[in-house]
Design a protein around this ligand. Structure first.
Ligand code: HEC
Ligand code: HEC
Length: 306
């Protein structure tokens, strides 16, 4: 009997705990690498013809993405997948929509060599950077000098600072019950009761699992998602569940940027993922709740460094 009661209380405490946790800055970062990584992130010399930087598609003052359906890379070439935000990307369990990079460092190797993004290659980039001020800057931090690993390590260290703490919702989670309006609190309750939280949870309110886009109804997606990486049928239309932090600033939405309206995005989710009816009034409340997920954005040049 005692065991049963104990089990009951363990369950209670588990369910009582919020499934979403606030951002608590990591103070254990290397400031020299951050400064170097920041310089690299904004430097167009990392592209083959000196026109595109990471920051060209990930504009920090605009929510960490480019507000376009598809990005434009080198020589005005258009991509075919929506750029996610770099803000809080450090909290994602994998990087890219299909999760093909295991962390920020591995991710950063992608765009530099992507022919329609920065269109360069590491051997030539290293030769190029060694003729510049970077030669000294790297040698002060990395004994091996400029390499593919040191370039991407510095960029990744900088990206770890691109977090957005102190959103109204985080304040609420940390005990300030007035940080949300009445409607936002109702929106949060709906977010839970309609089942959104089953996929969008954890510190990033997403970013910690894969899910099919179109659980209840076909999403009519052109991209097959994770299937392209694994070749397994069960991965067709599976994508990394995106973070909902700063979602008010990162339109257009979904991997194919199919809508720029946040309300529309919520109704698409209700229809395709939960199959539950959500009234106009409820949509508005969920939208207001999602607005409470906007944190302190790093302003261009002035970033949040713990
Ligand atoms: C031409 C536009 C463009 C440039 C330049 C670019 N990115 Fe991206 N970035 C994207 C797109 C598009 C994706 C999504 C690609 C995918 O998932 O297949 C992406 C994905 C990412 C992600 C993954 C986020 C997530 O939630 O999965 C990170 C992190 C990132 N980029 C950082 C960088 C860094 C660092 C650089 C510079 C080395 C860079 N990007 C350069 C467009 C760009
Ligand atoms: C079964 C898992 C699941 C459930 C439940 C779910 N989502 Fe999603 N959500 C996803 C996935 C996967 C995507 C990305 C789909 C894509 O673009 O391929 C997504 C994308 C989104 C986006 C767009 C994010 C962006 O950056 O483009 C929003 C907004 C969103 N969801 C809100 C909600 C809301 C609100 C609910 C509840 C009504 C909900 N989701 C329920 C899995 C889920």
């Amino acid at each position: 009997m005692k065991l049963v009661i104990l089990f009951f209380f363990t369950l209670l405490s588990l369910f009582g705990r919020e499934a979403i946790t606030p951002i608590l800055p990591d103070t254990n970062l290397n400031s020299q690498k951050i400064t170097l990584g920041k310089k690299l992130f904004f430097d167009t010399r990392l592209s083959e013809n000196n026109t595109i930087a990471c920051a060209s598609c990930h504009k920090l003052s605009e929510g960490g993405d480019d507000n376009l359906q598809f990005s434009f890379g080198i020589n005005a070439q258009e991509g075919n997948i929506n750029a996610p935000t770099v803000l809080n990307a450090v909290y994602n369990f994998r990087q890219f929509w299909d999760g093909r990079a295991k962390n920020l460092q591995e991710q950063a190797m992608g765009p530099i060599e992507n022919p329609i993004e920065m269109g360069f290659n590491f051997p030539d980039l290293i030769v190029k950077l060694n003729k510049t001020e970077y030669k000294n800057l790297f040698s002060h931090i990395y004994s091996e000098g400029i390499t593919k690993l040191s370039i991407t390590d510095a960029i990744a260290e900088y990206e770890k600072t691109l977090i957005t703490p102190n959103s109204a919702f985080d304040k609420y989670l940390l005990g300030d019950k007035d940080a949300l309006t009445k409607k936002q609190k109702e929106g949060y309750e709906l977010f839970k009761s309609k089942g959104c939280i089953s996929c969008h949870n954890g510190v990033n309110i997403g970013g910690n699992l894969y899910s099919k886009f179109g659980v209840v109804e076909n999403s009519k997606s052109k991209s097959l998602g994770r299937y392209n990486i694994t070749g397994k049928k069960r991965d067709i239309y599976f994508f990394k569940v995106p973070s909902l932090r700063n979602i008010a600033h990162t339109a257009p939405y979904f991997h194919d940027g199919r809508t720029s309206s946040l309300k529309k995005a919520i109704s698409i989710m209700a229809e395709l993922q939960t199959g539950r009816f959500v009234s106009e009034e409820e949509l508005k409340k969920i939208e207001l709740f999602l607005h409470s997920l906007s944190g302190e954005l790093p302003k261009d040049g002035v970033i949040y460094v713990p």
